[in-house]
Design a protein around this ligand. Structure first.
Ligand code: BEZ
Length: 212
């Protein structure tokens, strides 16, 4: 499988998970989804990551976003590891983990990078929109745990910019001013953004977040 690019269709699949066999598109429905891989069960960084995602489940729910994890371990392994995740982080595994021991999904999403490891998945993240298109990809190495606050921040930006003709500046967080996209003229901007805008440059116009 070639590398997935932004705007590509997220490949569909049917897989064994800790919540039984599921078809990705049916499970996802018209929600947003985060599909993320980890290298291996019973490893330290992965244990912290999975616990953190479980703890953030209410935040993903608020954003109409389903989360699903993956590694090339078996369902039994995932199930046994869940107790360790609870012991260490206090969080129950509350989202499905794909048991991709035949690497079918890992291959579809190009999650095995042989020059890093030819047996384990890297730390991939795919954010997929209600239209089943890939909206964001991230790839981290096994040695670096991901920042899941950043994933939530990105979802906020993706959802806002899908609805309004805006973009979000560096380090933006939900509630802060946003940028009116350059394709919108000043006259149109006055209509679309009645709270007004501050033109730092003709191409850099800041406006209060329109849905707040
Ligand atoms: C970890 O999760 O700690 C880990 C997994 C695979 C390789 C290295 C570290």
């Amino acid at each position: 499988m070639a590398t997935l690019r932004l705007g590509d269709d997220a490949p569909d699949f049917t897989a064994e998970t800790t919540e039984g066999t599921l078809n990705f598109r049916e499970w996802k429905g018209d929600s947003w989804a985060v599909l993320f891989s980890h290298p291996k069960d019973f490893t330290p960084v992965c244990t912290t990551e999975l616990g953190r995602v479980a703890g953030l489940k209410p935040e993903f729910d608020k954003r109409n976003t389903k989360v699903i994890g993956l590694s090339v371990d078996t369902s039994d392994s995932h199930g046994n590891w869940a107790q360790d995740i609870k012991d260490v982080t206090g969080n129950e595994l509350n989202f499905p983990l794909i048991a991709d021991s035949d690497k079918k999904v890992a291959d579809l999403y190009d999650m095995i990078h042989p020059n890093a490891s030819d047996t384990m998945t890297v730390r991939s993240v795919f954010i997929i929109g209600p239209d089943n298109k890939v909206k964001l990809t991230l790839t981290y190495p096994a040695s670096t745990g991901r920042n899941f606050d950043e994933i939530l921040r990105v979802i906020d930006s993706l959802q806002l910019t899908a609805e309004y003709k805006v973009a979000t500046p560096s380090d933006w967080k939900d509630g802060e001013d946003v940028i009116i996209v350059p394709a919108v003229s000043d006259d149109e901007a006055k209509e679309r953004f009645p709270k007004g805008f501050d033109a730092k440059k003709p191409y850099l116009r800041l406006t209060p977040q329109p849905n707040k």
